[in-house]
Write a protein that binds this ligand. Structure first.
Ligand code: NAD
Length: 256
């Protein structure tokens, strides 16, 4: 379905970003990976689908590096057709204890990076009269949890940015939508499981049950594969008129 298209997925060396990149590659899209840590493993996983794969190591907290990534990716593939703004980090602390430096980093990586990548991707999409922008927000873009001030602020912000991007391009073939996962067992969440196991003095599987039990009625994690399938739907012709939604896949979290 996406043969000949190019998708750039930020923060795609791990977790949800890698799951979405794989799902898009399975549909034939060439992929530009980004993120830290192991690069060769994710590159090989994408190449298995017989598509072209490139990597750019831009630090998404740095606008100049984002500009370089978007320029290099466009030069290499001609154009970015699908942009998935996914890179994100977390820090958990009450507001009065929240390090100002962590606040700035979360706003930069989880919110401002999406603005920069979007503003740089749009002109080529507008010229081509087709594009897909998918913002990986969170159920925390819809509801809040204590001790996640920066994350919740950034995720509510990205849901707002999604709506504005969708509206400004509403008469064109460019759509912008957000995905709002509940708990997904990635390295970002394993850190929170580890913290719960330590604070409650319980083993990993018990800590997982406590974590899910607090918020997620299904008592199940959403998987990167399920989120990848939703991203593929947003890229499909059936989603041509899906514009500015914040679609939760959260096991009933926000329904409560
Ligand atoms: P993860 O830690 O597995 O992956 C994060 C990715 O972002 C990695 O590839 C990492 O290298 C990259 N990254 C981090 N800082 C970066 C930076 N400065 N520049 C470039 N890349 C950077 O986490 P994940 O759980 O897959 O999270 C992906 C997205 O999904 C985030 O936006 C997160 O907020 C969101 N999300 C996660 C969950 C969950 O339960 N895991 C739930 C809702 C939303």
């Amino acid at each position: 379905m996406l043969k000949g298209k190019t998708a750039l997925v930020t923060g795609s060396t791990s977790g949800i970003g890698l799951g979405i990149a794989q799902a898009l590659a399975q549909q034939g899209a060439n992929i530009v990976l980004n993120g830290f840590g192991d690069v060769e493993g994710p590159k090989a996983a994408i190449a298995q689908h017989g598509v072209k794969v490139a990597y750019h190591g831009a630090d998404m907290s740095k606008p100049a590096e984002i500009e370089d990534m978007m320029r290099v990716a466009a030069e290499q593939f001609g154009r970015i057709d699908i942009l998935v703004n996914n890179a994100g980090i977390q820090h958990v602390a009450r507001i009065e204890n929240f390090p100002a430096e962590r606040w700035d980093a979360i706003i930069a990586i989880n919110l401002s990076s999406a603005f920069h990548a979007t503003r740089l991707a749009l002109p080529a999409m507008q010229a081509a009269k087709w594009g897909r922008i998918i913002n990986v927000a969170s159920v925390h873009g819809l509801v809040a949890s204590a001790e996640k001030s920066a994350y919740v602020a950034a995720k509510h912000g990205i849901v707002g940015l999604t709506k504005v991007t969708a509206l400004e391009n509403a008469t064109s073939g460019i759509t912008c939508n957000a995905i709002c996962p509940g708990w997904v067992l990635t390295p970002l969440v394993q850190k929170q499981v580890d913290a719960k196991a330590a604070s409650q003095g319980v083993p990993n599987d018990e800590a997982i049950k406590l974590l899910l039990g607090e918020k997620e009625p299904s008592m199940q994690f959403t998987t990167p594969e399920e989120l990848g399938a939703l991203a593929v739907f947003f890229c499909s012709p059936a989603a041509n008129n899906v514009r500015g939604v914040a679609w939760n896949m959260d096991g009933g979290w926000a329904a409560q």
